[in-house]
Design a binder for this molecule. Structure first.
Ligand code: CA
Length: 228
């Protein structure tokens, strides 16, 4: 994988870089938020590892600016142990995952692999898989989404979550199953992340169109109602 590390703690950044290179990844390193933004925008990387407190623009801002520029490269945010951020806030900026410092290299590498797979299509999917639910269409090969003729920009995580709900339709898919399929077995954060992300999806695929297709089935999970 091609990995961009944006982290101003030089020793940590270089340690990560050396580990990732030893594991066969290509690594670009920078220590500044503005430079990180430009590198992520201009170069072809599979995953960005992004610190929050950085010289130049901070990690939240880098993340938001990349998403605003329609750069959907998966982003793993590194958060400090002193709780400098609310996890929901990190996710709200468009980050795909986060890891609290200090973290183990093994966990970081596993998360990166999960994110990298996501950016090149979900595990086991047939290239060009197309999911259709009423006028909602997902092209899993191209990683694109439409409601009718309007294209909707989704982050990698949002797209995978919507795909799982669409694959299960018209059945309900349990929150725990979504957590495992989309966030992976190694996810150690708050399981309410599923709800948070369903909320993001609603704001993109339902609310602007006056629809309520992503339905919560209390005590069970979520289902897609194509007519709602
Ligand atoms: Ca820092």
């Amino acid at each position: 994988m091609r990995v961009l590390i944006v982290e101003d703690e030089v020793a940590l950044a270089e340690g990560l870089r050396d580990g990732l290179i030893a594991d066969g990844h290509q690594v670009t390193l920078c220590h500044d938020g503005d430079e990180g933004f430009e590198l992520a925008r201009r170069s072809d990387v599979d995953v960005v590892i992004l610190d929050i407190m950085l010289p130049g623009r901070n990690g939240y801002k880098v993340c938001r600016d990349l998403r605003a520029a329609a750069i959907m490269t998966p982003i793993l945010m590194l958060t400090a142990k002193d709780g400098e951020l609310d996890e929901a806030e990190a996710l709200d900026t468009g980050a795909d995952d986060f890891l609290s410092k200090p973290f183990s290299y093994v966990v970081l590498e596993a998360r990166l692999r999960a994110l990298g797979r996501r950016s090149s299509g979900p595990v086991g999917s047939v290239g060009g898989e197309r999911l259709i639910g009423g006028d909602l269409v997902l092209d899993m090969g191209a990683r694109r989404c439409w409601r009718g003729t309007t294209e909707i920009t989704l982050t990698a995580r949002e797209l995978d979550l919507l795909a799982e709900i669409m694959r299960a339709a018209p059945n309900v898919v349990a929150k725990g199953d979504l957590l495992i399929r989309v966030w992976g077995q190694s996810f150690e954060g708050d399981p309410n992340v599923v709800e948070v992300y369903v909320g993001y999806l609603r704001r993109k695929v339902d609310v602007p169109f006056g629809r309520t297709s992503l339905q919560t089935v209390r005590g069970h999970g979520y289902r897609l109602d194509v007519d709602a």
